[in-house]
Design a binder for this molecule. Structure first.
Ligand code: PMP
Length: 411
């Protein structure tokens, strides 16, 4: 049942991995932006599928194949509902966000982007939303342009009219930054991009996880996201794209499942979305992602967003009081998702992470696959604490104790 508030203590009990101790201390898991933990219902769904229904989808005319196909397609419908797709066929299963972006940059890009055309991305992007476009540019002779960042890591949009031209073919931007936590003004950029006729792809790896997403409301053309960051299994994710766009695209990979008829010289393709799903898919993963969506819907995305926001405010307030800390990204919690990227005095982020790990606290340290954003700040790495529905104030208190230890060692 959807509720306005959430009790993290009750929620935590659904996540077996959170029940362990690390280095003699109860685990505090604050690396959710990398991947989330999995609730028991998702683990059970994976096991039940393999124990009872394991068969290949869309192929066998027997009971197990029928069951597997029904569960697999039901999950697709859940994913479609999750982001407000017009119909389930607008959802293509992929390995995750990375593959979804590569699908568009390859299958759409190679036919629609040519020499001298422009691709607009931002300096804040994850490498998954930079490299596929660099590969496309290299193959086609297109040019990449960048939305620059201000001192808080926000997009500088005054430049947008100059950046968008009649050569701009695609604008590929992230909904929420995994490096800084910035919630980006995607809707505004999408509207401007459409005025010059560009395609708008959104990297939603950190978006659909924490907030209700409605792709129609955002006014975008493609939205890519991963199951493993939203309580689902690894190796599964989705591309949402408008049906007419998917219909117009050539296949991404060839093989079984994606054909209608195969001849010696010419073959024809299955209808969308199967045209983009060559080979045996990650059936269990898809079912697990559907179960994760049921779980998150049951808790309620509004309740999750509210809980995370309160915890973020608490964490920002407590962390800002730590001597020598520098927090990167927007200072206002209202422009911020539940993720805090920081450095502490002279301590290297890897040292911060190692010391916290010795206290059973998991945070991420590194460039977060966002080297352009790090370069913008003149640093090579930050430490990053990222919050999810099962985190508590006491997790933040433990983090602060850990940071005080780091500070003591490096003072
Ligand atoms: N984009 C962003 C913003 C991300 O945070 C991530 C995962 N760190 C990705 C893309 C890539 O997602 P995946 O590895 O699941 O394909």
């Amino acid at each position: 049942m959807t509720t306005a508030t959430l009790d993290p203590a009750t929620i935590r009990r659904e996540f077996p991995a959170l029940e362990q101790s690390i280095n003699g201390r109860p685990l505090v898991y604050l690396d959710n932006a990398a991947t989330s933990q999995k609730p028991r219902v998702v683990l059970d769904a994976l096991q039940a599928y393999y124990e009872n229904d394991n068969a290949n989808v869309h192929r066998g005319i027997h009971e197990l194949s029928r069951r597997a196909t029904v569960a697999y397609e039901e999950s697709r419908a859940k994913v479609a509902g999750w982001v407000g797709a017009a119909e389930p066929s607008e959802i293509v299963w992929t390995r995750g966000t990375t593959e979804a972006i590569n699908l568009v940059s390859t299958a759409w890009g190679l036919d629609n982007v040519g020499e001298g055309d422009e691709i607009l991305i931002s300096v804040l992007e994850h490498h998954s939303n930079i490299i596929p476009w660099q590969l496309l540019a290299r193959r086609t002779g297109a040019v990449i342009k960048y939305i620059e960042l201000d001192e808080q890591g926000r997009w500088i949009l005054d430049e947008l009219p100059r950046l968008l031209t009649d050569r701009t073919k695609v604008v590929a931007i992230s909904h929420v930054s995994n490096a800084l936590g910035t919630v980006n003004p995607v809707k505004r950029v999408a509207a401007a991009a459409h005025e010059v006729g560009a395609l708008v792809l959104v990297d939603g790896a950190q978006g659909a996880v924490h907030m209700k997403v409605d792709v129609q409301e955002l006014g975008v053309d493609c939205y890519a996201f991963s199951g493993h960051k939203m309580c689902g299994p690894t190796g599964i994710g989705a591309l949402w794209a408008r049906r007419d766009l998917l219909d117009s695209m050539e296949p991404y990979q060839g093989g079984g499942e994606m054909i209608h008829f195969v001849g010696r010289d010419e073959s024809s393709w299955a209808t969308v979305p199967h045209k983009f799903e060559a080979g045996t898919p990650n059936i269990a993963g898809a079912i697990g992602m559907g179960t994760a969506i049921d779980f998150l819907s049951g808790v309620g995305m509004d309740a999750i967003a509210k809980h995370e926001h309160e915890l973020l405010e608490y964490a920002l307030e407590r962390m800002n009081a730590v001597d020598g800390i520098r927090i990167y990204g927007p200072q206002s919690p209202d422009e911020h998702s539940a993720l805090i990227s920081f450095t502490l005095g002279d301590a290297h982020p890897h040292d911060i992470s190692t010391i916290l790990d010795s206290e059973g606290i998991a945070v991420r340290a590194g460039h977060h696959c966002a080297q352009l954003a790090m370069q913008h700040f003149g640093i090579s790495a930050t430490a990053r604490a990222s919050i999810y529905l099962y985190n508590t104030e006491s997790d933040i208190d433990r983090l602060i104790e850990g940071l005080e230890q780091v500070q003591g060692i490096f003072a």
